[in-house]
Design a protein around this ligand. Structure first.
Ligand code: CAA
Length: 263
């Protein structure tokens, strides 16, 4: 089942239609070792294929979302090992395999690969004191899971360049101010309440429309404006072929609550 047990993560279904993955490697502040990422990918794929799950929350602990890739695992890696195993590439599975919305709920450290993992989510929520950063430069390397690209798109070149070259951290409060985080919360309890509440709201909508909405917003990061707008319109037109478009609009006209078919 979706809630089978893992070694480095915990999986639950805390609200109707909502799946939760909690990174759980406390001794290493949730450092993202290859076995952890393998479990994370398995859990996300299981949620993706589960008909009872519509939205997913990914979190860590109050102290650490994730303190980065596992430095002890990486230290002895050679170029040819990294290259031939496509080290880190499997992290991106969550951006390609997962069609359901993913909300990252970040408290504590989100450094290096932890920051990059959070940036892969569709919605990022955090606590005011969350500690984001790309400190790879201090280790003699650079971000390797999309940080230089996603952070730059999120905050612009000026700030991203400063952050990647100095390795300095930024707070949850700054993340919200700079548009990295959609919302900021005072404490971990409020953060989880907010993330699960948003996931539950999304889970209350048509899964067809939700998947299309996620897809078109994400496309805006890849396409020029004219192509992006045209892509959106094609998908919008396509939704007239769904049952839920009829159900939603007829419910509005009839002043009733829509009962989605997810078709
Ligand atoms: N990898 C492996 N182990 C890690 C780790 C990491 N990224 N981050 C923390 N740990 C381990 C520590 O080694 C320590 O283990 P031991 O008890 O066995 O010594 C344990 O977690 C607790 O950490 P600290 O004692 O250091 O805790 P702290 O509260 O004093 O400091 C911290 C917290 C500031 C986050 C500090 O742990 C730290 O700087 N961690 C590394 C952050 C970092 O550089 N991340 C980037 C990694 S590179 C990367 O991610 C590449 C990429 O782009 C994909």
């Amino acid at each position: 089942t979706a809630t089978r047990s893992y070694e480095y993560i915990q999986v639950s279904e805390p609200r109707p239609g909502v799946g939760q993955v909690t990174l759980n490697r406390p001794k290493a502040l949730n450092a993202l070792s290859t076995p952890l990422i393998t479990e994370l990918n398995t859990a996300l794929r299981t949620f993706q294929s589960s008909p009872s799950i519509s939205a997913i929350v990914l979190t860590g602990s109050e102290r650490a979302f994730a303190a980065g890739a596992d430095i002890k695992e990486m230290a002895p890696l050679t170029f040819s090992q990294a290259y031939t195993t496509s080290f880190i590439e499997s992290w991106s599975d969550l951006t390609t395999a997962l069609k359901k919305p993913l909300i990252a709920a970040v408290s504590g450290h989100a450094l290096g690969g932890g920051c990059e993992l959070a940036l892969m989510a569709d919605i990022l929520y955090c606590t005011r004191t969350a500690n984001f950063g790309q400190p790879e430069i201090k280790l003699g390397t650079i971000p390797g899971a999309g940080g230089s690209q996603r952070l730059t798109r999120a905050v612009g070149k000026a700030k991203a360049m400063e952050l990647v070259l100095t390795g300095k951290s930024f707070s949850g409060e700054e993340a919200e101010k700079w548009g990295v985080a959609a919302r900021v919360f005072e404490g971990y309890g409020e953060l989880m309440e907010g993330a699960l509440g948003t996931a539950e709201t999304i889970a209350g909508y048509s899964r067809v429309a939700v998947q299309a909405a996620k897809e078109v917003v994400n496309r805006s990061q890849e396409l020029g404006l004219r192509d992006g707008v045209e892509y959106e319109r094609r998908v919008f037109h396509g939704l007239f072929g769904s049952r839920d478009q009829k159900i939603g609009m007829e419910a509005f006209a009839g002043k009733k609550k829509a009962e989605w078919s997810h078709e």
